[in-house]
Design a protein around this ligand. Sequence first.
Ligand code: BES
Ligand code: MN
Ligand code: ZN
Length: 496
Amino acid sequence: MQVRFASVRPDGDYVLALPVGSGSGAVDRIGLDGAALAIVRRAAAASRFEGEAGAIAEAVTPEGEGVRRLLVVGTGAAGDNERNGYEQAGGALTTRLLTSGEKTLVVDVSKATGDAAVAAAHIAFAALLRGWRHDTYRTKLPAKSKPSLAEIVIVGAGDDFVSKAEATWTPLKALADGISFTRELVSEPANIIYPESFVERCQPLKDLGVEIEVLDEAAMAKLGMGALLGVSQGSERPAQLLVMKWDGTGGAKEPIAFVGKGVTFDTGGISIKPAGGMEDMKWDMGGAGAVAGAMKALASRKAKAHVIGVCGLVENMPDGKAQRPGDVVTSMSGQTIEVINTDAEGRLVLCDAITWVQRTHKVKTVIDLATLTGAMIISLGHEHGGLFANNDELADALVAAGKASGDKLWRFPMSDAYDKLIESPIADMKNVGPRDAGSITAAQFIQRFVEDGVKWAHLDIAGMVWAAKPGTLWDKGATAFGVRLLDRLIADKYEG
Ligand code: BES
Ligand code: MN
Ligand code: ZN
C-alpha cells in the first residue's frame, strides 16, 4: 500500500474518510453541509455512531454528489491515548476497505482533534499494518478476496501539514517495515524458514548499515555451546547463531543486547509434542523474528543507539542422533544441565546465546524474547507478554514502553525459592521444574546465565506472536509482538 500526504483532496474516484472524535453530534463536526451532511447524519443514526475509536458510519452517496462512499470514522476521546484512537481508526478503515474493490482511500484529517500530523501518521501506520498479508502461497485466491486498496492519501490543512506529517511518518514507516519483516519470518512455514534461510533473509539488513556475523556449528562447538547444539543435534538443518549489530552512535555508547529464541520448528524432540496443533510450532522463532524486525526498524530510522541483536537459530527434531531425556550437556558458561525434557529447548538455546553476547560484547543490559512456555498462555492469555527481570528500573522502562507502544507486558515474581525447583541430582541444574509455576522456573533457569552486574529482562511472548483473531493492527496470524516495544524502549531510554 502506498502512503501519501497532501494539502488538498485529489481529483478522481476514491473513498473519502473523515475522522472525528467521540461525543454526541460527532458527525456535525466534520465540516459537511447540505445533502452530504444529511446522508451522513442518517448513516450515523442508523449505526448508532458517536465517534467511538474505530467505529465507522458509512454512507453511499447518490450519483453526481462527488465521492461514491463517505466514511465517518471515530477516533475516540481526545487525551493522552490519542495516537491509539487514530490507529484504531486507520485499522478499522483498512479492515472495511482492503478487499472492497476500492483502490484509493482519502482520509481528510483537517477537522480531526489534536495534532493533524500525528493523526495522519498514525492513521497511515495502522492502515499499512492492518493491510499486511502473507498471500505468497495462495495461487487460487478469488478476485473478490484479493486486496484492492492500493493507495492511501491523507489530506490536512495548513501550509506545513505535508512536511510535518512526513517528518512524523518517517520513523513510523521504518517501524512498519520492521514489523512487516518480522511477520514475514514468523508466517513462513518451517520448510522455508530454517536456521540458514532465516540468516539469508536477514542479509539485506546490511544495506541499512547493520553489521552481520554468523557463527556456524563448528564455531559454536569451539566455544563450548553444548546446550544450544544439544537441541540442534537431532536436526538435518545446521544451527546458526546470527548476530546483527547496529551502532548509530559512532562508537560513543555501550551496546544493549536483544536475544531471541529462534526455534524454527519445535517438535518437542524425543519428548515429542502431540500431533494436534503441532503446526503452530513454526512460529517458535517469534522471539528471533522480533529481534530481526527491531534491528530493521532501528537501522531504517537510523536510531542513535548501539544495539546488538542475537538470534539463536535451531530446529528441534526427534532422530537417531537427537538428545535423550536424562542427557547432561555443558553450556558455554561451563554450567552443566540435565535435560529432563527435550521439549524445554528454548532455555537451552537462550542460555548459550546470552553467555556469548555477554562475554563477546561486554553488554551491561540484555533483553531476551522467547515463545518459551505454554504456561504463559495459561497465565496471561493473549493480552500481555510475561516480563521477568533482575532490575526494577529496566522492568519499569519495559512496562512503560509496552503501554506506550501497545505491546503490553505484565511482570512476574522471581526468587530463590523458585530457583531451587530446578536443582538436579546429577548436574548443576535441570532444564525443567515441576509443572507448577512453569514460566517462572523457565525464567529462573535463564537467570542462572546472567553474569554479575548485567541488567536482564526476559519476555515470554508465547501467547502474543500469533493471533487467532484479527486485531487493530493485524489480521489473523503473525502480530510481530515485541518490535514496537523494543523500538519504543530504545527511543525513550537509549537514544539522545
Ligand atoms: N515452544 C514451546 C512453548 C509454547 C507452547 C509456545 C505453545 C507457544 C505455544 C516450548 O518450547 C515448550 O515446549 N515448552 C514446554 C516446557 C515444558 C516441557 C516444561 C511447555 O510449555 O509445555
Ligand atoms: Mn518445546
Ligand atoms: Zn519451543
